[in-house]
Structure formats: structure tokens, C-alpha cells
Design a protein around this ligand. Structure first.
Ligand code: GLN
Length: 191
């Protein structure tokens, strides 16, 4: 199994380390040619979604990656990655892949709560250390989107078909259970 990690900006190295701890080979996507190799899953890391979105388009990676996601490539998206997947963003006009039928709000916790830590429940995983950094939250979901985690009534984790998305940064806590769940999703979709 090989998992590609979008490596144009943001916290991609930490995702690579988490996957490698679980024995999964990773490849970095930095330019269009990197998409020519075979891979079984994709990680969209946290960072700055506007910068990532612009770079994806400038580097000609946007169209081919969108197609792969629409065709069922398993994706794990965290924080800015969730914004890249969202079909709607309530406080931004830009859209990136728009493959996940949810409405997100960027920088949703405002300045004072820009960054915070919370231990919350994730469906199918249990209590999880959640590191929020200028995080979005999900304001609403379309039907068929499964809600996996909520923090004080705000949705912070969802699953939809081949896409798993979280508002926080599971790669920063050294707890690999979300990555493990993602690997399970890849195995199921490969069968
Ligand atoms: N605030 C960032 C954005 O809107 C996301 C922050 C993060 O990925 N930690 O893109």
C-alpha cells in the first residue's frame, strides 16, 4: 500500500511520520509528474487552504486530483484539507475540490480561541486528543454524510464515501488511530 501526501504547503511531514509508524509507504505530491505514479490513498494536510488551493491550480495538480477523488480514491483531510474538500464555505467565495457535501466555516473559532486542545469522542475510535489550530468547523452536512465527532455541538469530523475529514490535527498528537482508520478504509476500497 502506498499513500500520497499533498506536500505543497503545511503540516505534511507529520502525516508522513504517522503513516510510516503504521508501516505504510508514503510519497509526496509536489508537482504534476508526481501524480503519474500509483497510490492507494491521499492525505490533504492542514496549513493554509487559500495557498494550497492556489498552488494546486498553478502546479496543474488540481484537475487530476479532483478526478481521482471523484472516482473514489480514499482521502484523509485535516483542517485546511477539510476546507479543500468542502462543497460550501460559508465565509469564503473560493472553492477547491468541492467533493464533500458539507458547509464549513473557516477560522471559525475566532481570534481568542484560535488554537485549543480538547479531548473528545470520535465514533468508532473513542476518546481522541484534538489539536485545533485556527480551525474550521462544519456548520451543516447533506444527507449521507456521517458525523463522526462534535465539540460543543459543532461538527469536527465526518465521513462520506471515500472521504474522511477532520477540523483538527490528528498528526500532531502522536495518536495514530485516525490514520489507522484511514488505512482500513483504503483496504476496504481496494477489495
Ligand atoms: N485557517 C486555515 C485555513 O483557513 C486552516 C488552519 C489549519 O489547517 N490549521 O486554511
Amino acid at each position: 500500500m502506498k499513500v500520497a501526501v499533498l506536500a505543497v504547503q503545511g503540516a505534511f511531514i507529520e502525516h508522513e511520520k504517522a503513516l510510516e509508524r503504521l508501516g505504510v509507504e508514503t510519497v509526496e505530491l509536489r508537482k504534476a509528474e508526481d501524480l503519474e505514479q500509483d497510490f492507494d490513498g491521499l492525505v490533504l494536510p492542514g496549513g493554509e487552504s487559500t495557498v494550497q488551493s492556489r498552488l494546486l491550480k498553478e502546479l496543474s495538480m488540481f484537475e487530476p486530483l479532483k478526478k481521482k477523488i471523484e472516482e473514489g480514491l480514499p482521502v484523509l483531510a485535516t483542517c485546511a484539507g477539510l476546507i479543500l474538500l468542502a462543497q460550501n464555505i460559508s465565509n469564503d467565495e473560493n472553492r477547491c475540490f468541492a467533493t464533500l457535501p458539507v458547509t464549513v466555516k473557516r477560522n471559525a473559532y475566532g481570534r481568542q480561541l484560535g488554537s485549543f486542545y480538547y479531548e473528545g469522542e470520535i465514533k468508532g475510535i473513542g476518546t481522541f486528543p484534538m489539536e485545533f489550530i485556527r480551525a474550521p468547523y462544519i456548520e451543516s452536512v447533506e444527507k449521507n454524510v456521517e458525523i463522526l465527532a462534535q465539540v460543543e455541538e459543532k461538527i469536527v469530523g465526518v465521513a462520506y464515501k471515500n472521504q474522511l475529514a477532520f477540523s483538527f490535527h490528528p498528526e500532531l498528537t502522536g495518536n495514530d488511530r485516525i490514520h489507522d482508520k484511514f488505512i482500513e478504509l483504503i483496504k476496504v476500497s481496494n477489495n
